[in-house]
Design a protein. Structure first.
Length: 346
């Protein structure tokens, strides 16, 4: 102590740009924690830590770890480096795209979305950034035309490879992809070097690279010998693919034209009406029910308390009315969106 340093502030320079994303087991729409078992977990630094990418992932979990209601839901601190801000951002995009996390809800879709924001890229940010850019909250987005041009050919090849592993012919094979309320026809033809996929009036060559052998979830495709498309394939039941593309999880149904013809005749599933229900916004433990069946309550008054991550979360009445039924008891451990109480219909 008290000894002089061998260098001065002027000797310390700045070289390059580093960026950190804090990855949380948190619903990016509600900003509330998520709990559960990490059924798939693969850090990008393991598969993509090259000299050019410069990825560092500080975490304390592994595949099979459990995120509980009793501790902070942070998964990791993900850091990338580049010679400038844009390079660091681009490296972070690729790192998030190849970060396999499944079993719980997490905030990588929001992180990935922010990295595409022009204000953020330019550095025009403040503590009001989220409020200003997402005044109604983050809810994800439908696939843009550019994203469709990447995802659909890649997924078409992945689907075809799973459905026609021993096919004696080279095609063409026709499919219909259902997503975001759209039905998009695609055609897959096998070639010597891979595949040709036609979406609309555009045909691309698609080469499938090796998958991540550890989890089997991460696939990489190259479109027209130029564009690399990482795609996380999380689940497949024969027609419905659960994939994560650009960090956003999507359900895409792929059918043959004949299957699509019959599917169009099926009645649509009726969504449960929850207007008279109070649902728990997160997993946790019910520590208090402050009303009884038959009570009249005003909108915004406290009716229950759920404890999660060592915090008391006051649940407010979503409307004025009379309590019809209380579904939860003090001490119950509840899931997110589980019924707490029910109102009489006004």
């Amino acid at each position: 102590a008290g000894m002089p340093l061998s260098y001065t502030q002027a000797d310390i320079g700045i070289r390059g740009w580093a960026m950190e994303c804090r990855v949380y087991a948190e619903d990016p729409v509600k900003y509330l924690p998520s709990i559960g078992l990490l059924t798939k977990y693969r850090e990008p630094s393991v598969t993509d830590n090259t000299h050019d990418l410069g990825v560092r992932c500080d975490s304390g979990i592994v595949e099979g770890s459990s995120i509980s209601i009793h501790y902070d839901p942070m998964i990791s601190k993900l850091v990338t480096y580049g010679p400038d801000r844009v390079s660091a951002i681009n490296h972070m995009k690729h790192a998030l795209d190849t970060y396999v996390i499944d079993g719980i809800t997490h905030n990588t879709p929001l992180l990935r979305e922010i990295l595409n924001n022009d204000r953020f890229i330019s550095g025009d940010i403040s503590t009001s950034f989220l409020e200003q850019e997402y005044p109604g909250g983050f809810s994800g987005a439908a696939l843009s035309a550019e994203e469709q041009e990447e995802l659909l050919p890649a997924l078409a090849v992945l689907h075809h490879s799973k459905r026609h592993v021993t096919s004696p012919t080279k095609g063409p094979f026709e499919y219909v992809m259902n997503f975001d309320g759209l039905k998009v026809p695609v055609v897959v033809t096998e070639s010597v070097s891979g595949y040709h996929v036609t979406v609309g009036d555009k045909t691309l060559s698609v080469a499938s690279l090796s998958t991540d052998g550890y989890s089997g979830a991460l696939h990489k495709f190259v479109l027209d010998n130029e564009t690399l498309v990482p795609l996380q394939h999380l689940h497949f039941d024969g027609t419905v693919h659960s994939v994560r593309y650009r960090s956003c999880k999507r359900e895409i149904t792929v059918l043959t034209p004949l299957q699509q013809k019959y599917m169009d005749l099926m009645p649509e599933k009726v969504v449960e009406d929850t207007t008279n229900l109070l649902l728990s916004p997160m997993p946790g433990s019910v520590s208090a029910i402050t009303v009884a069946e038959g009570d009249e309550v005003l909108e915004g008054s406290e009716v229950a308390v759920v404890v999660a991550m060592k915090m008391n979360n006051s649940l407010k009445a979503p409307k004025s009315g009379k309590i019809k039924k209380i579904w939860a008891n003090v001490g119950d451990v509840v899931d997110g969106d589980q019924k707490i109480l029910e109102f009489f219909e006004n």
